[in-house]
Write a protein of this length. Structure first.
Length: 225
């Protein structure tokens, strides 16, 4: 499995800018293969999340294309793209989201419930909750959770289907040092099991776990030395 971006870029309208727009992501190439664990660091507003959204099939690039193996994902229709994302990409967005009408375990299993495989995925969900320290909250209402606990719920939901590609936006954003290291160690293991893992993060600890560290500055993606 390979996720590949070829000369992708993205700009946004900004009437106050000299050209009437600003470049969120400068033209770039990027490749992520099975077994890779890459991290992208950079300041807020540097374009990291925009890059991740383009790779995830959530935001079409202004130029270039994104391929999952031989499939140009933005040539798919909306239903086909949604199907591809749900089956092959595990996504943990920066914004914490959980349905208040479901328990923690039900929220984690939601991607599986949509395809009628929630029961089969329960052992994996329980394993992830144990590993992430939220097993005791499996029957809790999401409103009872702290920000860090919600963050771990979001991560477990991204991992539960064993997707080939994991795209994670600030997966340790609300976590203490112990849980930050726990999450990075878990993602390191996921890569060792053949997942392609990309993390957008502010955490310095990412360098201790990632195979390759990139830095994003004013929309430009560069390999860190």
């Amino acid at each position: 499995m390979e996720l590949r971006a070829e000369k992708i870029s993205r700009d946004f309208l900004r009437p106050s800018a000299p050209q009437g727009f600003f470049m969120a992501v400068e033209e770039t190439d990027f490749s992520l293969r099975a077994g890779d664990f890459f991290a992208v660091t950079g300041r807020s507003g540097s374009g990291k999340s925009t890059l991740l959204k383009m790779l995830a099939g959530l935001m079409a690039p202004g130029t270039g294309r994104v391929l999952l193996d031989d499939t140009d994902i933005y040539r798919l229709d909306e239903a086909e793209l949604a199907e591809l994302r749900s089956r092959k990409i595990g996504l943990a967005p920066q914004t914490l989201m959980a349905l208040s009408s479901l328990t923690v375990q039900e929220n984690i299993l939601l991607p599986c419930s949509l395809y009628g495989v929630a029961r089969e995925a329960e052992p994996r969900a329980l394993q992830l909750m144990e590993r992430l320290g939220i097993a005791h909250l499996k029957s809790a209402d999401p409103a009872e959770l702290s920000g860090g606990e919600l963050r771990r719920l979001t991560l477990a939901r991204a991992l539960v289907r064993d997707a080939a590609v994991l795209l994670l936006d600030e997966p340790t954003g609300d976590l203490d040092d112990v849980n930050t290291r726990l999450v990075f160690a878990l993602l390191r293991e996921e890569a060792a099991h053949g997942r392609a893992v990309l993390v957008v993060t502010h955490e310095r600890e990412a360098a201790d776990y990632a195979d390759r560290l990139y830095r994003m500055e004013a929309g430009k993606l560069e390999l860190s030395s």
